[in-house]
Design a protein around this ligand. Structure first.
Ligand SMILES: *Cc1c(COP(=O)(O)O)cnc(C)c1O
Length: 367
């Protein structure tokens, strides 16, 4: 018989994790909302993706294709990859979690970086392994700090490249140097959620390295530049042996049919992706100097968001700025949980949202 004083107890490491606090999405009544808190696409989803999703709504009684064949073929065609080496997930979050589930457990260690995407640490801890944090340098992943923390218990390393919430990237020479120095039994997971936004000659998302080694996986998402965050679609590109392993723990119908249809159309709509990248690049070049001119510090970004650091004068801090901007309908993201207590992350939004946010920031700094 169940006792009134005993209940199921989770592992202590799970209880010690911070609860994920999502980006806010409400403005005061009567104020126009500009949600710049979750790195969603300023241009939304392509019309082709929306039409494909609507069409899929007519057949909701059918199970989806558990192998995601059409989507894997479309991704393969777009990037020149063998679809056999692609595995789709319910968001790239699921891909990242499935890798931890398959490769980590009690007595092992997984490495994440100082300002990492919070899911990296959560996935390590949920697997039962120990999470080891590698410090970053100037809000940039530090390959030597990662290598210094590798032990005989290390089995997996997560790196977001570019990083979130930093917006910075690691040149691919550095990633190659990391892979070359890692023991062969350590899986290097390159989370490239923002790869499509990057315009740098020394950046690569990781496709070549996956193809030429046995211990590298790249993950990608449809949530950012493709504008399909609501539908939850991500994918990984991995060597045969990793795909075979992850297939054993993947839920058989992890993506729904509406999501599969929309993503298959989205990846083929290259013009829409190009428009989103151009919109972003133009605003990145504009916003960074404009915000800097207000007396704020912006971490140089290659993504669809900027990390804004506020003064320590007790009057113009991130908490005060957040309240000021929220009251005017501009919802940015507090990033204390990522190790930046006095910064806000601003997603690059529509023209009107970006102009309005800069004007509100100027008003705030002039107070
Ligand atoms: C947004 C984001 C993802 C994408 O997550 P989904 O589950 O695909 O929506 C993955 N990694 C990083 C670093 C991100 O910022």
């Amino acid at each position: 018989m169940a006792s009134a004083t005993v209940r199921p107890a989770p592992r202590q490491a799970v209880l010690d994790l911070d609860l994920y606090v999502p980006g806010k999405s409400h403005a005061p009544p009567g104020v126009t909302l500009h949600k710049l808190s979750s790195n969603e696409s300023a241009l939304g989803a392509s019309a082709a993706a929306q039409a494909a999703a609507a069409e899929a709504l007519a057949r909701l009684e059918l199970y989806p294709d558990g192998q995601a064949k059409a989507l894997r073929a479309a991704i393969g065609a777009r990037y020149g990859l063998n679809p056999a080496n692609i595995l789709c997930g319910n968001g790239s979050d699921e891909c990242l979690s499935l890798l931890a589930l398959a490769y980590l457990g009690e007595g092992m260690e997984g490495i994440h970086t100082e300002h990492a995407f919070l899911l990296h640490k959560a996935a390590i801890v949920a697997s039962g392994a120990k999470a080891v944090m590698a410090p970053e340098r100037d809000a940039r992943v530090d390959v030597d700090a990662i290598l210094a923390r590798v032990t005989e218990r290390t089995r997996l390393v997560y790196i977001a490249n570019p990083g979130n919430p930093t917006g910075t990237y690691v040149p691919f020479d550095e990633i190659r140097r990391l892979q070359a120095a890692l023991p062969g039994n350590v899986l290097l997971v390159l989370d490239a959620a923002y790869a499509e936004y990057v315009r740098r000659n020394d950046y690569e998302a990781g496709i070549e390295l996956v193809a030429s080694s046995d211990n590298v996986v790249m993950t990608r998402t449809f949530s950012k530049i493709h504008g399909l965050a609501s539908l939850r679609v991500g994918w990984m590109y991995a060597p045969d042996h990793v795909i075979e392993t992850v297939e054993r723990v993947r839920p058989p119908f992890n993506l729904n049919a509406v999501a599969l249809a929309a993503a298959t159309a989205a990846v083929a709509d290259r013009a829409h992706v190009d428009r989103a990248a151009e919109h972003n690049l133009a605003w990145l070049d504009t916003l960074t100097p404009e915000i800097t001119a207000l007396g704020l510090t912006v971490t140089p970004s290659v993504t669809n968001f900027v990390l804004i650091h506020f003064p320590e004068d007790g009057r113009h801090g991130a908490a005060e700025a957040d309240a000021f901007l929220t009251a005017r309908g501009f919802i940015l993201r507090r990033v204390s949980a990522y190790g930046f207590p006095n910064a806000l992350r601003m997603t690059i939004g529509s023209d009107a949202a970006n102009r309005g946010a800069v004007a509100a920031l100027a008003e705030f700094m002039a107070r």
